[in-house]
Write a protein that binds this ligand. Structure first.
Ligand code: PEP
Ligand code: MG
Length: 934
């Protein structure tokens, strides 16, 4: 017996999206819960796979027979006949894979039409114009998709007839015009394929099925899968959905539309969508005519509008998710043609998550999981500064929010090319098509002059979280001349424009942007995330301003304050330089004494902002020569100074001669000799000393050199100054009622002895400060783990350190022996391309190597100090997947840049939920088992 390749909508399992594709499964489900769906059947993705796997591309055995059976059932159910009779059965043939890939594959409508069935349709509807319109659409779609006829061939013929007829809009074409169009289309097909257009509906169907199956391996679909990392275990092949046609173009009581159960741009809890009266589905999406907002249907067809609102509630209550659905009204009867989970931008996802959870439609945990952490980046996107007095050049529909600036580019290939060079690009088109997808990837924003909020441009841009202004009809786009005309203005390729997808405005030039504020819904969602997460989220912040930003984004403390960044400020760098070039300990101490009050103020500023939260301060890390000028720069400056000295010496000789002359005549010169030679001499001496120091400090491999704790132990007075500044700042804050919890962290540690020596210094200074200020300080002492040996000796280090923080930037460098400065510009992209490494390990934590070390260090550290606090402060601390791993190995916190804090908070909650739902428990010390592939 052959496999079952075909399922009717009444029998398919609505939960089996892998087999039936998302669209097919939903059609089955909707049919089975009583929603008005035209009858039909699904050919499975397994059939597609079998077809694609066959070297000769044969349809799988028994499939066509099953299709014919299903067609016979469809005939019986609809009372119509396929390919014959007075009431012909017409069908649509659509693709649909397990994962929704909007617009990526192909759809054929009105299949089953031929000269004979056309006459049946005309007789039945008594509407010849309608019949020919359906016929020309079928020839066009089938010709393009199934027979590979270039779209332009049809466009040329269509436009020619339109011109001849003097028709402005498609609706103005008469029946005779449409007859002429069908004839021209037929000839175009024959000319292009060398064969007449197939008239046997069964043959049409077989060709269409093959084309839909084949579209899975088409460039568009493959590009899409690559971009969105859709692997075969997520979606493998497309199903084919065959459905009895219903017509939205049967007159003024017919219409077609696309709707969302909530506004996908803002998340507002209201039916959102667009429709066109007397039109077929692709008219709405293609942006050929600008559709009306769905609210207008309440006036135009009030009963149908009520049914649509009812449909909206039924869909949402059933799927418990925002739905994006297509509907058709045929002669006053509403049909739902498909539904899928709505793709939304981050703002809408957040708002709908909170609203749906608060109304009890979904659980809080699901509300959190609905929003992918990285999507929150969109909410941190800049918006136009409303105080900037920019005059919009044109206005279109606000199709995907956020603002973007870039140079106008009029085709997708060029956008891709320029985008690759790092140029900011805005893709400007009359309307976009699926084949423009690579242009979307490369652009910051999309501008179209035609189409609505559900046009291809709008849907795709929203899915990608890119700003889009659609249907800016005042702009006339000339793709060939690469220019756009707006009234008296025009802009060309390469001109800077700004688009605002939130308001729909388009501007010439660059308009200033401002940062986003948190919406109330995001605040709620993140508060739920914090309640759910086990990991705490800290920020890496070096100044009070950074700390304020971090707090605004919900940081629970500071996990890394890099003190060297404070040394670089212009007011203190000269003192730091004095400290470095000092020849004696006394000279160095004198410079440090000047630095002490400055650092103390720095720390007081941060403690005050963050009180009462933890502030982890790392002692000086980089090699000190980083604060000195480069050797070559010094050599060049010395050359110049020496040259100046020679010139000045010449002048001196000259002026001595002049002076002698005056004196010998007993005349006194009025001009004083310049003092510069002295200054120049001093400068030369200073620079020479500096050069000597720079040469003395030179290291062949500074990243592995005299830095971090090694430096701190060589010049203990530097760390002593920093420790004193931290503790005195803490004491002063505490005395003025500010709750402080400083943590002192030592970088680049590899032995417990290093830690012990710094710890002794901390204890000594702490006792001194406590005595002097009459306070008791709550200070913790910890170690960075960023050296391989430190991980391997974690148990010993934990005897000295109260906490650990993984510096995964350096730990990745050390584990791979890849320079963190160079690898990303040299060989890493090639490694990724050739799949030697899947990701960039400096961005995505390498769980198998670096992660394994971390896992062991956590376990060993907690052996010595049960329950020890362990965090991460390398860049990976803000990356969602890496955060998931940090949760799984039982870290206490992650620390990342302030802007990534919301992303990390959400990612931490995701990790906790996924962990709980997988039933995994991670004890915080011994007994922890390594998970699967780790
Ligand atoms: C690290 O190495 O991960 C780290 C946080 O320190 P830095 O990046 O300052 O070397
Ligand atoms: Mg480091």
């Amino acid at each position: 017996m052959s496999m079952k390749w075909v399922y009717t909508f009444a029998e398919g399992d609505g939960t089996n999206k892998k087999l039936l594709g998302g669209k097919g499964a939903n059609l089955c489900e909707m049919t089975q819960i009583g929603i008005s769906v035209p009858p039909g059947f699904v050919i499975t993705t397994e059939a597609c796979r079998a077809f694609l796997d066959d070297p000769e591309r044969r349809l799988p055995e028994g499939m066509l027979e099953q299709v014919h059976h299903a067609l016979a059932d469809l005939e019986a159910e609809t009372g119509r006949q396929f390919g014959r009779g007075e009431t012909p059965l017409l069908i649509s043939v659509r693709s649909g894979s397990a994962l929704s890939m909007p617009g990526m594959m192909d759809t054929i409508l009105n299949l089953g039409l031929n000269p004979k069935t056309l006459q049946g349709l005309i007789a039945e509807t008594r509407n010849a114009r309608f019949g020919y319109d359906a016929y020309r659409r079928f020839i066009q779609l089938f010709g393009k998709i199934a027979l590979g006829v270039p779209e332009e061939d049809f466009d040329t013929e269509f436009e020619a007839v339109k011109r001849k007829a003097g028709a402005e809009r498609d609706e103005d074409l008469s029946c005779n015009d449409l007859i002429e169009i069908t004839e021209r289309f037929m000839s175009a097909v024959e000319k292009s394929t060398g064969r007449p257009f197939p008239s046997d509906p069964y043959e049409q169907l077989e060709i269409a099925i093959r084309a839909v199956f084949g579209s899975w391996m088409g460039k568009r679909a493959m590009d899409y899968r690559r971009e969105f990392k859709i692997t075969p275990d997520m979606a493998d092949g497309t199903a084919v959905n065959v459905m009895a046609m219903v017509f939205g173009n049967m007159g003024e009581d017919s219409a077609t539309g696309v709707a969302f159960t909530r506004d996908p741009g803002t998340g507002e809890n209201a039916l959102f969508g667009e429709y066109l009266v007397n039109a077929q589905g692709e008219d709405v999406v293609a942006g050929v005519r600008t559709p009306k907002p769905v609210a207008a249907l309440a006036d135009e067809m009030p009963e149908i509008y009520d049914q649509l609102v009812d449909l909206r509630h039924r869909l949402e209550n059933h799927y418990r998710e925002v739905q994006d659905f297509e509907f058709t009204i045929q002669k006053g009867v509403l049909y739902c043609l498909q539904t899928r989970n709505g793709k939304m931008n981050a703002a809408a996802l957040v708002r709908t998550s909170v609203d749906m959870a608060q109304s009890g439609l979904i659980e809080r945990e699901y509300a959190i999981l609905r929003v992918q952490p990285d999507m929150l980046e969109q909410l941190l996107f800049p918006q136009l500064d409303t105080t900037a007095e920019a005059e919009p050049l044109a206005q279109g529909l606000p199709a995907s929010p956020g603002a973007a600036v870039g140079v106008a580019v009029f085709d997708a290939d060029r956008a891709e090319k320029l985008g690759r060079t790092g140029e900011r690009v805005i893709l400007v088109r009359e309307e976009t098509k699926p084949e423009d997808i690579h242009g979307f990837f490369a652009s910051r924003g999309i501008l179209t002059s035609r189409g609505g909020k559900t046009s291809h441009a709008a849907v795709v841009a929203r899915g990608m979280g890119k700003p889009c202004v659609a249907g800016a009809e005042g702009i006339s786009v000339d793709v060939h001349l690469k220019r756009a005309i707006v009234g008296d203005h025009e802009f060309h390729e390469g001109d800077l424009i700004t688009i605002d997808g939130t308001s729909g405005n388009v501007f010439l030039g660059e308009v200033p942007m401002i940062e986003q504020e948190f919406s109330p819904e995001l605040t709620v969602l993140l508060s739920w995330a914090d309640e759910t997460a086990r990991l705490q989220v800290m920020a890496n912040a070096d100044t009070p301003e950074d700390a304020r930003t971090a707090l605004k984004f919900g940081a629970m403390g500071i996990g890394l304050c890099r003190t060297e960044r404070m040394f670089n400020d212009t007011d203190r760098l000269p003192i730091v330089v004095d400290m470095i070039v000092a020849d004696t300990r006394e000279e160095r101490q004198a410079a440090l004494n000047r630095l002490l009050p400055i650092q103390r103020e720095d720390f007081k500023g941060i403690f005050t902002v963050m009180a009462p939260r933890q502030v982890t301060i790392r002692l000086l890390d980089p090699p000190i020569h980083e604060f000195l000028p480069a050797e070559q720069q010094l050599i060049d400056e010395l050359d110049e100074l020496r040259h100046l000295r020679t010139v000045l010496r010449g002048i001196r000789v000259l002026s001595d001669a002049v002076e002698f002359m005056y004196r010998s005549r007993d005349v006194h010169p009025t001009v004083q000799m310049p003092a510069e030679p002295v200054l120049v001499e001093e400068a030369i001496q200073k620079k020479e000393a500096m050069l000597t120091k720079v040469r003395a400090l030179h290291e062949v491999n500074p990243m592995l050199g005299h830095r971090g704790v090694r430096l701190g132990l060589t010049f203990p007075e530097i760390y002593a100054m920093q420790i004193r500044a931290i503790l005195e700042a803490a004491a002063e804050c505490q005395k003025s009622g500010i709750a402080v919890h400083p943590e002192i962290m030592v970088p680049q540690v590899c032995t417990a002895q290093e830690l012990k020596q710094v710890k002794d210094c901390v204890e000594e200074i702490r006792a001194d400060v406590e005595r002097a200020h009459h306070v008791k300080l709550d200070v913790k002492f910890g170690s960075m783990l960023e050296v391989v040996r430190a991980c391997l000796r974690a148990e010993n280090l934990a005897e000295e350190a109260e906490f650990f923080s993984f510096g995964t930037n350096d730990l990745t460098q050390a584990t791979f022996s890849f320079s963190r400065e160079d690898a990303e510009n040299k060989f890493l992209p090639m490694y990724n391309r050739r799949h030697i490494l899947q990701d960039n390990p400096f961005e995505v934590l390498d769980v198998k190597g670096v992660g394994r070390l971390m896992e062991l260090a956590v376990m060993w550290g907690r052996d010595a100090r049960p329950g020890m606090k362990v965090g991460i402060c390398g860049e990976h601390g803000g990356h969602p997947d890496s955060i998931g791993f940090c949760h799984r190995i039982g870290l206490s916190y992650v620390s990342c840049s302030g802007y990534r804090v919301p992303i990390a908070r959400l990612a931490a909650a995701h990790a906790a939920i996924l962990d709980r739902t997988a039933g995994l428990q991670y004890p915080s010390h011994r007994g922890y088992q390594c998970i699967g592939a780790l």
